[in-house]
Design a protein around this ligand. Structure first.
Ligand SMILES: [Zn+2]
Length: 166
């Protein structure tokens, strides 16, 4: 499925191919919440980084989160590159050089109509803010940390993978 996205001010527009476009995974971690999740969580999609086309690159800034390991007290930087518009602040996508073929656009930045997921996965609930209510429905799955099931595997399990464009 071809996805088109943009930031709020229009300074950045992008498009990509996605075999995994269902916005099913809600991440409640502090990074997602603070950078992209006004409602307490953010939703990333799975896309093919090789197909990513961007206009307005000069308006993009990249954030690499600093993280504190509570056991060792060590601070590290996330390998994930969170791309956002430096004019309006819209969160756009995450790209991580550990998985260079993938790109994870925020569903909130996508203008193409996305399919409604038949079930949802709620992740990183161990980092959830106290005021955030998890509206998990009957078939939803919940995890305190990151689940083993990848975005691609979720689509495969539910028979929702878009193979035509691969
Ligand atoms: Zn913008």
């Amino acid at each position: 499925m071809k996805l088109e996205g943009s930031c709020h001010c229009g300074g950045v527009k992008f498009q990509l191919e996605s075999a995994h476009p269902y916005p099913y995974m809600r991440c409640y971690c502090s990074i997602c919440r603070k950078t992209a999740g006004g409602g307490g969580y953010a939703i990333n999609l799975g896309g093919d980084h090789r197909t990513l086309k961007v206009t307005g690159r000069k308006n993009i800034a990249v954030y690499r989160a600093r993280m504190l390991d509570e056991d060792t007290g060590k601070r590290t930087r996330s390998s994930g590159r969170r791309h956002f518009c430096k004019r309006c602040g819209s969160a756009l996508w995450l790209w991580d050089p550990q998985w260079p073929d993938l790109v994870h656009p925020h569903a909130s930045a996508i203008d193409t109509g996305l399919p409604v997921p038949p079930e949802r996965t709620h992740i990183m609930l161990g980092s959830k803010a106290s005021w955030v209510e998890v509206n998990a429905k009957r078939r939803d799955r919940t995890f305190d940390e990151y689940p083993k099931e990848s975005i691609a595997k979720w689509h495969r399990r539910l028979g929702l993978e878009d193979r035509k464009k691969r």
